[in-house]
Ligand binder design. Structure first.
Ligand code: NAD
Length: 418
């Protein structure tokens, strides 16, 4: 792991993988990227929360050893490039990382730094849990019914960047090929985008979602797709998803059709229900039958839309965590963007990053610390000590981003008396 400009800390150890499991030392080195814009603000609030929770939960016997790596503007300042090789290498070497938001650079050849990170590191599952925290504002009547996790495929679909501008030589060439070879005639003023959905990419995503459901005792996995229209891409995703379920997890799953035809409408105990919903219907169902959905496995674009819709139901993007995951390498991240107009103002809500930290703690098996943070956030929100975004919806005076972090620490200390 030779680096150009990075120097790993000496007082911690790398997390490793053995026999298909993470091996986590008591002082794991975790790499972190501050991110652009409000990244600086949310990190200042989030890191003390994560450190305090670990210290309280394990009485000082465990500690995260933070190792800063660079992407975005900070990387540009240090390396003269936005995504240096060191950063990719360190994320792979240390397995577990967490990042703030990155501004999408205009006119640099990067579609987006986040998409590039996901694609280059093959972090194929973008995992976004959405759960309501008691006390937070919500536009729906029963937000407590929402407890869902989106597994969004992150390397394929229209995000692959295969598209050509109207009138470009490539678009013209493609249109000619369509006309001459396939007999499909489209106007010369047509722009072209390609939607690749592969069996391999779809199956590994659904496999990960079902494994997660099994590990965590989650009762259902829903395949979200628009296969009635895009039969050979989105329709195939659903078909491959059912194949994974029924061929690789036969004794542990039951499909909705089987429930109706063989089990009198009742899911047999101990089985995970596998169902599918058309994407448009899915948006309606999460509002009207919220508690019937737990894991939603879907392709890249659907996943993007549904994640934000769900986040809106629990108070907005500032409240929703996320992770980009490969087979083992995991990059946890705040799901919102860099919100540049608030940068350095100590105003925005750090909960998305803190909850991404909670996901990270669960991923490394430090459940007690994760639980403590969730309780700390909930108490703080119930005390109406919240940042401007929630304060506005709750009709209370806002506190600063950093004050919110301190308030969570105070509440966690109160929960674990010395
Ligand atoms: P954004 O998420 O940065 O901000 C949109 C609005 O959401 C903000 O103006 C603010 O009102 C609100 N908001 C965002 N984060 C908040 C928080 N933590 N607390 C309270 N309110 C919050 O989206 P944008 O303005 O469209 O994008 C800004 C930049 O971020 C762009 O360059 C975009 O490409 C990038 N981006 C990055 C990520 C990521 O790193 N994962 C995700 C989305 C957008």
């Amino acid at each position: 792991m030779p680096y150009d400009k990075l120097r790993p800390p000496d007082d911690g150890e790398a997390i490793t993988v053995k026999d298909d499991r993470l091996v986590v030392p008591d002082r794991p080195i975790i790499t972190w990227i501050e991110g652009d814009g409000t990244g600086q603000d949310i990190w200042k609030a989030a890191r003390p929360v994560l450190d305090t929770a670990v210290e309280l939960a394990y009485n000082g016997t465990r500690k995260i050893v933070w190792f800063e790596i660079f992407a975005g503007e900070k990387a540009m300042a240090t390396y003269g490039e936005l995504l240096p090789k060191d950063t990719f290498q360190a994320i792979q070497d240390f397995i577990v990382s967490i990042k703030g938001p990155l501004t999408t650079p205009i006119g640099t050849g990067f579609r987006s730094l986040n998409v590039t990170l996901r694609q280059r590191l093959d972090l194929y599952a973008c995992v976004r849990p959405v759960k309501w925290i008691e006390g937070s504002p919500s536009p729906i009547k029963n937000p407590e019914k929402l407890n869902a996790i989106v597994f969004r495929e992150a390397t394929e679909d229209v995000y692959s960047g295969i598209e050509w501008e109207m009138g470009s030589p490539e678009a013209q060439k493609f249109l000619r090929w369509l006309r001459d070879q396939m007999g499909i005639v489209l106007g010369d003023d047509t722009a072209i985008g390609v939607k690749p959905i592969s069996e391999y990419g779809s199956k590994r995503l659904v496999r990960k979602a079902i494994r997660y459901a099994l590990d965590q005792g989650i009762p259902s996995v829903t395949l979200m797709h628009k296969g009635n229209i895009m039969k050979f891409t989105e329709g195939a995703f659903a078909k491959w998803g059912y194949e994974v379920a029924t061929q690789e997890f036969r004794d542990f799953v039951v499909t909705e059709q089987e429930v109706t035809e063989k089990f009198g409408g009742k899911v047999p105990p101990g089985r995970i229900l596998i169902k599918d919903r058309l994407a448009d219907n899915m948006f309606q169902q999460i509002l009207t039958r919220t508690d019937e959905y737990q894991i939603i496995a879907t392709m890249n674009l659907n996943g993007d839309y549904i994640s934000d819709a769900l986040a809106g139901m629990v108070g907005g993007l500032g409240m929703a965590p996320g992770a980009n995951m490969g087979d083992f390498v995991a990059l946890f991240e705040a799901t919102h963007g860099s919100a540049p107009k608030y940068a350095g103002k100590d105003m925005v809500n750090p909960t998305s990053l803190i909850l991404s930290g909670v996901m990270m703690l669960r991923y490394i098996g430090w459940k007690e610390a994760a639980d403590l943070i969730e309780k700390g956030i909930s108490r703080t929100v119930q005390q109406k000590r919240v940042t401007y975004d929630l304060a506005r919806q709750m009709g209370v005076e806002p506190i600063k981003c950093s004050e919110f972090g301190y308030a969570i620490c105070e509440n966690m200390r109160a929960l674990v008396p010395a």
